[in-house]
Design a protein around this ligand. Structure first.
Ligand code: IVH
Length: 687
């Protein structure tokens, strides 16, 4: 490569990396897999090393990605948050260790091997043991203040446990400490949210990391509280007094990364599920492999191992480059991928008419299970990747569960393969499909489409709907095929005589089914609201709407500003609700349901201002608050769906403490319950 060619390629690569950094860090919608991104970046770094005159000081290789967004206050880290060099190669890992062996002149260096958590980096500041701030990495120097959002994380300790008393062993609490870790979302929560979106016909999140990134940067903490986030901590930023200087420290707890893990735990923080303390390269490699085996059982997605020099003194001596420490490296596990033949593309029609293409594959082993179907997302994705029936495609587990087709092996494309044509007509009813402006989804617009009816009735009768026992998919298929059910209301018009024709000795099951349908008439109001399948409205919003409006009729007539007064219901959702009830068919549906004797059970106490985002949370009040009476605080908590209790226990979610707080505060501290002052409390309520 001539210097001119190299310069050309370097410019291209820099532009690409900058673009993908923007997509990944700020917009949380990456277009390429981590592996491809890392490869681009590696190629760029290699070229810059070969051609040092290329102006590398202004390259994305020398910076960390920037996650800062409009709308957040920024905060300057007391100690910068660095990134890590990463590699997929065992050779690179050994070379990293060889450099350290050379530097220290000894082979048996001690390392810690720990999981690399695929989440969003966070820095928590505790002053005198109290959580005062949570900040994203930002550009490494300053990040976005996400304190209000982070406080919705249930497991996040508001206070550090510790003794700190002179001469005692244990875990002294520093005056000021930055603790680093990752915010993540469990696979179960990720799937729950995606299921709701799928039902609402919305585009799915690709993986838990993107969803976490999008969630933590919501401007409304109440929105964040709806999605359960978690945290895991593994590192230290600025600390005063420095750990090895604090008096009364149990020496074992300081001076090393392995000691830091124990110290974090002693402070009552959540740390990595496992780490290995090893010596030399062979033991390191064995630990990395063991981690690779164990990581699938971890609560968080683990995309690699981080190998760190154990001794802080040695870390200091090894130092850093502008971007990353020389004492640590990330070894990333290659995503599990398999190549197989795409036998067919079937298009499914959802409840809202969205057409979802699914790949039928030649069965192949992937990450411990046989995969024969994978999602193709939507029409645009198939076109963008030019995926054709007969192709050999790569499948990968996105978020490590749902298999997705990520690419095509063009070298193996059979000559007779022709470009895939997405159906122009609904595969279930033959109606011409439509694509609304600004949507990626292709839809069947026919509300009478049997596929949609089936899905709508299934959704209405499901566990998240009015929950009719004995009304499974097969039964619904039959009812729709027979023409007895053409919509939700028809469930309440089923005739016993018709049902009895379905077979011999079906008397008992028929009566059970009819009884279950009868019972469902009095199901909780939110179940009906969710069951109606209003676009964007999932279980959480349905509960808020039920609490606010108390009846189907009131909801159906609710003006836009009243909908918007509910925390967590934004413009998009409000408009969808209005549009839903503006449709005469849906108005008739509500009237018909009520005429057929449907009488939903309204929530006991309609919550003021909606936002039951504190549902399930228990507060204990203690001391005198600066501006608020206890009654006022209690009313606010209850209006948001929370409970107030008199005594502190492990089950207490928060203690709201004012002046002269006494034993309750003490107890909260010993139990590690999050303590809030009035200001923090109001911030959490979004006031
Ligand atoms: S140590 C200076 N340890 O990975 C050391 N980072 O690619 C910096 N990460 O920015 C971080 N798990 O957000 C460290 N066990 C772990 C980690 C970890 C995940 C993240 C972190 C970092 C990024 C670097």
């Amino acid at each position: 490569m001539t210097p001119a060619e190299a310069q050309q390629r370097i410019s291209e690569l820099r532009a690409q990396v900058v673009r993908h950094d923007e997509l990944y860090y700020r917009q949380a919608t990456p277009e390429i897999m981590d592996f491809e991104y890392d490869r681009l970046k590696r190629e760029l770094a290699d070229l810059e090393a070969q051609f040092p005159d290329s102006g590398a000081t202004d390259s994305p290789t020398t910076r960390v990605g920037d996650d800062r967004l409009e709308g957040f206050v920024t905060y300057r880290h007391r100690q910068p948050m660095q990134s890590l060099d990463n590699t997929y190669s065992e050779g690179d890992l050994r070379a990293f260790q060889q450099r350290l062996v050379k530097l220290f002149g000894r082979e048996d260096l001690g390392y810690v091997v720990e999981p690399k958590i695929d989440g969003i980096a966070v820095s928590l500041t505790y002053e005198k043991g109290r959580l005062v701030r949570a900040v994203t990495r930002g550009n490494g120097i300053e990040g976005d203040d996400i304190t209000a959002n982070a406080r919705t994380i249930h497991a996040l300790a508001g206070e550090l446990k510790g003794t700190g008393a002179r001469g005692t062993k244990g875990a002294p609490v520093p005056d000021f400490v930055e603790i680093r870790g990752e915010i993540y979302m469990s696979l179960a929560e990720f799937q729950r949210i995606n299921r709701e979106r799928e039902e609402a016909g919305e585009v799915l999140f690709a993986n838990p990391r993107n969803l976490t990134a999008g969630t933590i940067k919501q401007l409304d903490a109440r929105e964040v509280a709806r999605r359960k986030l978690e945290v895991v901590l593994y590192g230290l930023g600025f600390c005063e007094p420095a750990l090895d200087q604090s008096e009364g420290a149990d020496v074992d707890l300081t001076g090393t990364q392995s000691g830091l893990h124990r110290l974090l735990k002693a402070w009552g923080l959540l740390t990595v599920e496992r780490f290995w303390t090893v010596r030399g390269t062979e033991e390191t490699w064995r630990a990395v492999q063991e981690l690779d085996h164990l990581r699938h059982g971890f609560a968080y997605a683990t995309d690699g191992a981080v190998i760190k020099l154990d001794s802080f003194a040695q870390q200091r001596e090894a130092g850093s480059t502008t971007k990353a420490p020389r004492w640590a490296i990330a070894y990333k596990f290659a995503a599990e991928r398999a190549e197989t033949r795409l036998n067919a593309i079937v298009v499914q029609v959802g409840r809202t008419g969205v057409l979802t293409p699914v790949a039928e594959l030649e069965p192949v082993q992937l990450a411990g299970s046989t995969v024969s179907r994978a999602t193709l997302h939507n029409r645009d994705e198939i076109a963008r990747k030019d995926i054709r029936v007969g192709d050999f495609v790569q499948v990968e587990k996105a978020g490590e569960v749902i298999p997705a087709v990520v690419g095509v092996n063009l070298a193996r494309r059979p000559p007779e393969c022709s470009a895939y044509v997405f159906p122009l007509q609904c595969p279930a009813c033959g109606t011409r499909v439509v694509q609304y402006e600004g949507e990626v989804a292709v839809r069947c617009p026919n509300v009478e489409c049997p596929a949609q009816i089936r899905r709508r009735v299934q959704h209405f009768a499901s566990k998240a709907g009015v929950d009719v026992e004995g009304l499974g998919e097969a039964m619904i298929d039959t009812l729709v095929e027979k023409g007895w059910v053409r919509g939700i209301v028809d469930l309440y018009r089923l005739r016993r005589d018709d049902l009895l024709t379905l077979g011999k000795s079906v008397e008992k099951s028929t009566d059970n089914l009819l009884a279950a349908i009868e019972t469902s008439k009095h199901a909780d109001l939110w179940r009906f609201i969710n069951g109606l399948g209003i676009t964007h409205v999932g279980v959480a919003a349905a509960k808020d709407l039920a609490a606010k409006f108390g009846s189907l009729k009131t909801l159906a007539e609710a003006p836009r500003d009243e909908l918007l007064s509910i925390g967590g219901i934004g413009e998009t959702m409000a408009d969808a609700i209005i549009a839903h009830f503006n449709d005469p068919l849906n108005q008739v549906l509500v009237d018909q349901l009520l005429n057929l004797g449907v009488a939903p059970t309204a929530p006991a106490r309609p919550a003021d201002a909606g936002a039951a985002f504190l549902a399930g949370r228990t507060f204990v009040l203690t001391g005198t608050l600066p501006t608020m009476s206890r009654e006022a605080a209690t009313a606010k908590i209850e209006a948001a769906g929370g409970r107030v209790s008199g005594s502190v226990s492990r089950k207490t979610s928060y203690v709201l403490a004012g002046e002269d707080a006494g034993s309750k505060l003490e107890k909260a501290r010993t139990l590690g319950v999050t303590v809030l002052n009035e200001e923090e409390f109001l911030q959490m309520l979004g006031a």
